[in-house]
Write a protein that binds this ligand. Structure first.
Ligand code: GDG
Length: 526
């Protein structure tokens, strides 16, 4: 494992900068403290790094991100042949920027205020300061005319801050989480600054068309700018330019995961899992970060009622719920953990017998192979978020089901629901509907399960994460989508700026911004 070189040496090595720069809140590696007191880095493979690694290697790209610990800035270093630039956050910034503004303001706000967002001015100040440092690092490490791809809600001000320093670079931004409707977004005291921050990009990618439509509406309402189709017209020192906002649904390394699921050791492990569960007819599975957006409590409520009613339960059916630890220092997450664990205990207390447990609750993180074995062991996958940008777990389950068996129960409020038509779609708030759908999924005929799974597998295979990255980057670097022109731009209402009232700027009011209308080149490509 490579250790961190002296920053000066590494900076010298990066020379005049990189032609491709990824800016994300986290690095694709985790810091490991060695027994001898030294530090090394272990790859933390995720879909994003799998997708971007080939592009990074070909372009000699750099990845700018935070290591995940409070402390000094690691600076530039190399790990696994990738050029990485480690950003530092102080303990106060971890509290105010990361746990505060990112996880207790933006996260609940952008997930339809499932939990109440908190607004604190000093958190906002930390957000501005950290975004400025990331923008500065991007400006330092990008070569002339480079492509810079910024990721997610933690860094929404970086596009504008970077453009102010480096008008020569091409800037893309991808939002991994939903972009909320304006009525919710408008609660944010700094809504105009956030929209303006994002508009520093050339291309803004969202998971779903509805997210892009919400953003375009926020542009009209919060800044009074005009939009036409997927384009927002902004003015700059070099004259007007169009920023495009479109849907680019993210995916997974489908082939890689499917291969893992075919390995004999993984298949054996899947059989072992079913054995230790007592060879039930039906294994139900939930896999989520322990997050209030994931609808874990709704799922447990539905399952608990099915047990009470004798419609499901051991020895015939058992539920395995993996809830991987997440954001444990944020109060709402601590409260959720208590509630989930109380609910699981109640269900098990009431329904377990010696040697037979209805809910197997695992508050742990597992290696990728174990996750694949769990997906293989599960007859019915329960994905019931109240709101989710995409939900990769749904796609991972599908990718692992090489024999085309298994059923996916999927919330309508996930981005994945727009793509996986073969799923059993549910509204997780409708507990009776959720219960009926779970029972229906457990009783599906082999032929129907196969038909549903086959169509979902085709989608996930053809639209993998590499295609997602290629589509986004070729759109970003391609000829400007619709030509710039000043005719026909819609006038935006500007309650903040006090111009014309919002007559008819909702989606639906204009075909170009309706959630059902194609929104630009990305949408057309999928
Ligand atoms: C955000 C958006 C969007 C979970 N536990 C373990 C583990 N995982 C992996 C899953 C999956 C990933 O974590 C979770 O991805 P999701 O998409 O389900 O959700 P978020 O973490 O909320 O991700 C989301 C995503 O960004 C991408 O744009 O889809 O909407 O919220 O890959 O497998 N992996 C391992 N052990 C675990 O215990 N190895």
């Amino acid at each position: 494992m490579p250790s961190i070189p002296e920053p000066d040496a590494a900076t010298a090595e990066t020379g005049a900068g990189h032609d491709f720069v990824v800016v994300a809140s986290r690095l694709p590696v985790d810091r490991v403290e060695e027994p001898d007191g030294g530090t090394s880095w272990r790859p933390s493979p995720g879909g994003l790094v799998t997708a971007l690694e080939p592009v990074m290697r070909e372009a000699g790209g750099a990845w700018i991100g935070w290591s995940g610990d409070a402390g000094p800035e690691p600076g530039p270093f190399e790990a696994n042949g990738l050029h990485l630039v480690g950003m530092g956050l102080s303990a106060e910034e971890v509290r105010d920027f990361y746990e505060g503004f990112c996880n207790a303001t933006l996260w609940p706000l952008y997930h339809d205020v499932i939990a109440p967002p908190q607004f604190h001015r000093h958190w906002w100040e930390a957000y501005v300061a950290v975004n400025r440092r990331f923008a500065q690092a991007a400006a330092t490490h990008a070569a002339r005319g480079a492509t810079v791809w910024i990721h997610d809600y933690q860094l929404q001000l970086v596009p504008q801050m970077l453009r102010q320093q480096r008008a020569d670079v091409r800037i893309g931004f991808f939002n991994h989480i939903p972009f909320p409707g304006y009525e919710i977004f408008a609660q944010l005291p700094w809504r105009r600054q956030v929209v303006e921050g994002l508009l520093g990009a050339d291309l803004l990618g969202f998971q779903r068309r509805a997210d892009a439509a919400n953003f375009l509406r926020a542009c009209r309402r919060a800044t009074g700018l005009t939009t036409k189709g997927s384009a927002v017209r902004v003015s700059g020192p070099a004259g007007p330019r169009d920023v495009h906002a479109a849907a680019f649904p993210i995916s997974i390394d489908s082939a890689g995961l499917s291969q893992i699921a075919q390995r004999e050791d993984v298949r054996k492990r899947a059989r072992e899992i079913r054995e230790v569960l007592g060879q039930p007819e039906i294994v139900l599975l939930g896999v989520d970060r322990l997050d209030y957006t994931k609808g874990i409590l709704h799922r447990l409520k539905a399952y608990g009622e099915l047990l009470n009613e004798g419609r499901l339960g051991p020895p015939q059916a058992v539920l395995v719920q993996v809830a991987s630890p997440s954001r444990e220092r944020v109060e709402a997450y601590r409260a959720l953990r208590d509630e989930v664990e109380l609910t699981v205990s109640r269900i098990n207390g009431e329904h377990a017998e010696v040697g037979s447990t209805p809910v197997h609750y695992l508050h742990q993180s597992y290696p990728r192979e174990e996750m694949a074995a769990l997906y293989l062991a599960a007859d019915v996958m329960l994905v019931t978020p109240l709101r989710d940008g995409m939900n990769l777990v749904a796609k991972e389950y599908v990718a692992c089901r090489n024999d085309e068996s298994g059923a996916l129960v999927l919330s309508e409020f996930t981005g994945a629901a727009d793509e996986l038509g073969g799923a059993f779609l549910v509204n997780p708030h409708d507990i009776e509907g959720l219960k009926d759908t779970i029972v229906r999924a457990t009783a599906v005929s082999r032929a129907e399960a196969r038909r549903r799974m086959r169509s979902m597998r085709r989608r996930v295979r053809e639209h993998d994460v590499a295609r997602w990255a290629q589509t986004f980057l070729s759109t970003l670097n391609g000829p400007a989508a619709p030509p710039n022109g000043d005719a026909g731009h819609e006038a935006g209402a500007d309650p903040d700026g006090g111009t014309s009232p919002d007559g008819n700027t909702d989606p639906g009011g204009h075909a170009s911004t309706s959630p059902d209308a194609p929104l630009g080149p990305g949408a057309a490509a999928h």
